[in-house]
Unconditional design. Structure first.
Length: 363
């Protein structure tokens, strides 16, 4: 019997479509090496997104498909991940210490965007990434409360601020700099300047993903983000009801116009499960996120339920992903986080730091 070849193993790997990247590992350029020793094969995989909770499932699936190759009896799989910096808008400089910025937006308020943001960030961290959160909602900052953080940021040099940290998440918010009940009575230019300073004057440390909680709408803050901040991708949060979807489309089209790729849509409050009787009811309508996904040709990252525990835990500063790590809801957030990171991993990379700097001397 002829020995198996690496080409045969590569063909077998093409049969497995990764559920998060929605393509095979070969096409995604994740197969780094294939070694064959008699009837044994060793496959090295490098994912472009964190994979801590996904490794065993993926390893088992790879072993399964490779063993379908004639002559292969045993398979050793090694999987690691490498999060790289991805391309952003032209002419916008990267922020030191940050590889990728993911903006979480909604066309209107009240759709659970901030709760989704904080659980998404915690889910990315649970998968093994270094994560930060920036609360860009100057008028209504909620991250200090949701992440259970209080206090003032310290400055070592009098010019920059150290982010506050809880649950391993580096966090910056205007809420750390003003009293919780103090209203921010600022005009647009003051808001945009403050936002830019929060981004650039914070000492972020080796951040894979900086998740930004945007205020609702498509106004000054969103425009500043699009023009001056290097955004790798955006996530749109909506609910199934028609009015929320209408506004969500505006947010999606805004990012399209400023050349920020939309990684996908999250449909929040998709179904209500009665805590008393278990009855399931779609009180905000049904299938809205899927229709928007199909019509706008953008991924539906996942559906989240309307559940009282999500709100209660966020209000207590103990979000679902850290308070109930084994719950079905946390599983949903983890799945969404993997899809967000995997979709971003397939986007163009930023090679600007690979090019040499040209200096002209008149000596």
């Amino acid at each position: 019997m002829a020995n198996a070849t690496s080409e045969q193993i590569e063909e077998s790997l093409k049969q497995h479509i990764d559920p998060y990247m929605e393509t095979d590992l070969v096409s995604a350029k994740c197969v780094k090496n294939i070694a064959i020793d008699g009837a044994s094969a060793k496959v090295e995989i490098e994912l472009g997104f964190p994979h801590k909770g996904y490794e065993s499932d993926l390893s088992a699936k790879i072993s399964e498909v490779v063993k379908t190759v004639d002559g292969i009896d045993s398979v050793e799989v090694s999987i690691n991940s490498k999060v790289v910096t991805h391309a952003v808008q032209k002419g916008v400089k990267p922020i030191p210490g940050v590889k990728n910025i993911i903006a979480v937006a909604s066309g209107k308020g009240g759709v659970g965007k901030s709760t989704t943001t904080v659980n998404l960030a915690l889910a990315l961290a649970a998968e093994g990434a270094t994560v930060a959160v920036l609360d860009a909602d100057i008028y209504g900052p909620s991250m200090p409360r949701m992440l259970g953080i209080s206090g003032k940021p310290e400055s070592e040099d009098g010019q920059s601020l150290n982010p506050l940290v809880n649950y391993g998440i580096q966090t910056m918010s205007i809420g750390f700099l003003v009293e919780e009940e103090t209203p921010m009575i600022w005009r647009g230019p003051m808001v945009t300047q403050a936002l830019e300073q929060l981004f650039k004057d914070t000492r972020w440390t080796d951040v894979d993903y900086l998740v930004v909680d945007l205020p609702p709408g498509t106004g000054d803050v969103q425009l500043t983000l699009a023009q001056k901040i290097p955004v790798s991708g955006a996530v749109i949060v909506t609910t199934p009801q028609d009015i929320a979807l209408l506004d969500a489309r505006k947010g999606l089209k805004m990012f399209d116009k400023v050349n920020v790729p939309v990684l996908g849509i999250v449909e929040n409050m998709s179904i209500h499960i009665c805590s008393q009787c278990g009855n399931e009811e779609r009180i905000f309508g049904e299938g809205g996120g899927k229709r928007m996904s199909d019509e706008e040709d953008v991924a539906l990252l996942g559906d989240l339920p309307l559940d009282i525990s999500i709100r209660q835990l966020a209000d207590e500063g103990k979000p679902t992903v850290v308070s109930e790590p084994e719950s079905r809801i946390t599983e949903m957030y983890i799945g969404i986080a993997r899809k967000v990171a995997a979709k971003l991993a397939l986007k163009a990379r930023d090679f600007s730091n690979k090019f040499p700097t040209i200096v002209i001397n008149n000596d």
